[in-house]
Design a protein around this ligand. Structure first.
Ligand code: NAG
Ligand code: NAG
Length: 819
């Protein structure tokens, strides 16, 4: 099945325009694959080699392409690539050697909106308006409205903008508006269930070019389902126009785009494209959604989405970085914690929690050490009053952390009006620098090294818009990011039950950080492996050299998972401003004395912050998490102590083909011990190395004639080469024989001859890889699973495949916890 060169050309040129995301998807009759190719490879060659159609680049991800195929149950790309890998040692060039990663796309349930959850039993909200308005405050409100020409009918109800009842409990924006800052020339994209651009309140500020409907493949992200109201309500908080409809947005002169992803099932590829959509103009992405807030899920975005977020902070806004704002989550009453959500605990997102109109912590708003700030939302008998779907519809019951994140996003838009040059990290700095601690008596506030207070409930405090914009005006941009990675630190000890916990530590020296070009800290992440039969019993504290404590994990009474922590990364913003030098301690507790026990296997500390020398700063390679896969790089002196919590080799049940799990692959390239120079993972280097390797093995004869050495040496080399060639020929013949034999003996290869059985065979392959029942069959692509014949010749080439693949495996957990 070949596509005509003309179609290839046409599609290729469309791809060049970066319009791939605009091509309609039809998952009923097609399968979609994302392939990461060597940058020199023409995707059309790969497409015709595989008999697929090239649908163009995946969003803004360079070298990532979407391919389309008629629907089947198996993974046709994986099958072909496996097949090629088996034959590779026989020589010859094949365009499939340029495939670094492939993933068959699956539709998954949309992310969950952070709407107000039902209150806990026994919860009686206080009566609405139980205070009387201050007459002076009412006068001020009136004068503000007159001065600014605000005549919006529900402005008086928008207490979050100006609160004449509970004085001081609003975002303190009026002074900013009066100074003329209203969001002009700033753009916020609502990534949600749509945006009603025909609402008279949103129409004036609607930014069509930055909008797209990824659920229904159309340019207008118009709400269509009964339930599609969330995005419009969130948009109203940001950018409802100053007019005679409802109220105003906090940045009422900003532009607002709608990116619709929450109304239907969606693939990781489309979600990734959504998070980079029009990222030169969409400056802020407001995301009031995430994995379920059920206190059981431990769910991170898939590798393509992770790549898109890093791509966004590196390339969005001409390199200043897209600003991702995420709602912390509404699962507090189920003991949920935003460090169990891979979007909110990403260092690339600003996590925003909620406080209510009395400045209290609402029952739903989640705590965690990744939470940066809070702002107003529902609780204490009231909610957020905003625009609704419909020409002139308003809504007075918007809430949950869903309503807090857009408010923050709008406030950041005001900062961008005065300082469009703020980087994604500058925005995090000014957010925490200007935040005001609230509820000092009950907020578990702790002093931090930079002279701030931090609470896991309120982050650095509530946003004060006036203070934030003032700080933005004179903010000196921070230097580029740098990072330091510890090696994997192996523990492999049982965790005692009760309060005492198990404590381990790692000493960071000044030299290590100097070598890593790291001046002072911003984010700290800890990746952990813990085996435990009841995950919710665990809690983890990270204690810095300055004795500042992050509760990076907390107990969750409903979390009965027996999966423990599997390469899970927790994040903390609590150590912002510390030097990082000294002893970092992890205390892990198994808080319940019961039959559920566990083992702390290993951990990996990463310090992120501002560089010392900006000229030496580098861009972090897109994630492959190969660093997290390198569990063998150890800091322990006794190699016998090296263990990992990884599952048994996936093909353990299939003895016909020797294969090894990427993570314990003996020839795996090992990064120089990770107390390393720049601290950075070397994926870029690995990729180019992979390219070289491919070239060498494919084009060996082309360099035969010239060695630049003496003729006798040349003769010797040719002699040696002759022997090698003879050996290879023999080996090739032997492999061919082994393979034929295997094909005869092994049903898994019979699909070549009996296509009707293909699905079963493919399922068998996937089945062999399954770890328990966690995996979604058919989606995994393991470059090795089919054969390791050529691994010894080309292990470097594999590393990027391996790491992406192993990441992809983790990614599978996501499907399991999501319904
Ligand atoms: C709010 O903004 C005003 C300026 O309009 C400023 O003087 C004040 O400090 C800010 N904070 C509070 C809590 O009012
Ligand atoms: C608006 O923003 C664009 C891009 O950030 C910039 O080039 C332009 O000068 C800005 N216009 C105004 C009026 O600030």
């Amino acid at each position: 099945m070949k596509i005509s060169p003309f179609v290839g050309l046409l599609v290729g040129s469309l791809a060049g325009l970066g319009t791939s995301s605009l091509l309609p998807r039809d998952h009923d009759t097609n399968d979609y694959y994302v392939l990461h190719l060597d940058s020199r490879t023409d995707p059309n060659h790969v497409a015709s080699r595989l008999g697929l159609r090239n649908e163009g680049q995946l969003g803004e991800l360079a070298d990532h392409f979407v391919f389309r195929a008629p629907i089947t149950n198996h993974d046709v790309v994986r099958r072909e690539v496996d097949e090629r890998r088996r034959k590779r040692s026989l020589g010859g060039a094949d365009v499939l050697d340029s495939v670094k990663f492939s993933q068959k796309q699956k539709l998954h349930a949309p992310m969950q909106k952070r709407v107000i959850p039902s209150p806990p039993s026994g919860f009686f909200p206080q009566r609405k308006r139980d205070d009387t308005a201050d007459p002076k405050a009412l006068d001020y409100q009136k004068s503000v409205m007159e001065t600014l020409g605000i005549s919006d009918p529900i402005f008086n109800e928008q207490w979050h903008l100006f609160n004449p009842l509970q004085l001081g409990h609003d975002v303190n924006v009026t002074g900013v508006w009066l100074s003329g800052v209203t969001g002009k020339n700033a753009t916020v994209a609502m990534v949600d269930d749509g945006l009603d651009m025909y609402s008279n309140d949103l129409k004036p500020n609607y930014y069509a070019f930055g909008s797209w409907d990824f659920n229904d493949n159309r340019a207008e992200p118009r709400p269509t389902l009964d339930d599609d109201k969330h995005g419009t309500r969130c948009a109203g908080e940001v950018s409802a126009a100053r007019n005679d409809v409802c109220g105003v947005g906090v940045a009422y002169d900003s532009k607002i785009a709608g990116i619709r992803i929450l109304s239907k099932q969606i693939s990781d590829a489309d979600e990734a494209a959504a998070l980079n959509y029009d990222y030169q103009h969409n400056q802020i992405y407001s995301c009031s959604w995430g994995p379920p807030d059920d206190g059981r899920s431990m769910d991170a975005p898939g590798i393509l989405i992770k790549k898109a977020m890093l791509n966004g902070v590196q390339k969005g806004r001409n390199g200043l970085g897209s600003i991702y704002v995420f709602a912390s989550g509404n699962g507090a009453q189920s003991d949920d914690n935003c460090n169990f959500d891979g979007y909110t605990n990403s260092i690339y997102s600003i996590t925003v929690g909620a406080i209510d109109r009395k400045g209290l912590h609402p029952y739903y708003s989640e705590k965690c050490s990744a939470q940066l700030v809070v702002t107003y939302s529902s609780g204490s008998g009231d909610a957020i009053h905003t625009t609704d779907v419909g020409e002139n519809q308003c809504y007075n019951g918007h809430g949950g952390t869903s309503a807090a994140a857009p408010l923050a996003a709008g406030i950041f838009a005001l900062a961008l009006e005065v300082r469009p040059d703020l980087s994604w990290r500058d925005m995090q700095y000014i957010a925490l620098e200007s935040a005001v601690p609230v509820d000092l008596d009950s907020g578990e506030w702790q002093p931090t090294t930079m002279g701030k207070k931090y609470s896991h409930t309120f982050g650095y405090g509530k946003i004060d818009t006036y203070a934030l914009v003032e700080i933005a005006k004179t903010w000196k941009n921070v230097k580029p990011q740098a990072w330091f990675y510890s090696p994997w630190l192996h523990v492999k000890k049982e965790i005692p039950q009760g309060d005492q916990g198990l404590s381990v530590n790692f000493e960071v020296t000044k030299e290590m950080l100097q070598e890593a070009n790291l001046e002072r800290l911003e984010h700290v992440t800890v990746t952990m492996n813990v085996e435990h039969t009841q995950r919710g019993d665990l809690s983890v504290d990270l204690i810095s050299p300055d004795n500042v404590i992050s509760h990076i994990s907390a107990t969750r009474r409903l979390d009965q998972s027996d999966q423990g922590y599997d390469d899970w990364t927790f994040m903390s913003v609590v150590h912002w401003g510390e030097s990082g030098v000294g002893k970092w301690t992890i205390v892990i507790r198994d808080t319940q004395v019961n039959d559920h026990k566990g083992t702390f296997v290993d951990w990996h500390l990463k310090l992120w912050g501002e560089s010392i020398d900006a000229s030496k700063a580098k861009l972090l390679p897109l994630p492959t998490e190969e660093d997290d896969a390198d569990h063998d790089v150890t800091a322990t002196a006794t190699p016998t102590a090296i263990t990992t919590s990884l599952p048994p080799p996936p093909d353990a049940t299939n003895t016909a083909i020797p294969t090894s799990l990427p993570d314990d692959h003996p020839e795996r390239p090992v990064k120089p011990s990770n107390t390393n120079s720049d601290g950075g993972p070397s994926a870029t280097g690995t990729e180019s190395a992979a390219a070289e390797t491919t070239t060498e093995s494919s084009w060996l004869p082309s360099f035969l004639p010239s060695f630049g050495v003496s003729s006798s040496t040349v003769a010797w080399i040719y002699g040696a080469l002759g022997l090698i060639v003879a050996f290879c020929a023999g080996l090739g013949a032997w492999l061919w024989w082994v393979r034929r034999k295997r094909i005869r003996n092994n049903p898994r290869d019979t699909y070549e001859f009996e296509p009707l059985n293909a699905d079963e065979s493919a399922a068998g392959v996937d089945g062999g890889r399954e770890k328990g029942t966690k995996r979604r069959g058919g989606e995994l692509y393991d470059a090795f699973a089919g054969g390791s014949d050529d691994e010894e010749f080309n292990d470097r080439d594999h590393s990027s495949l391996v790491s992406e693949d192993s990441d992809d495996e983790r990614d599978e957990d996501r499907g399991a916890t999501r319904k």
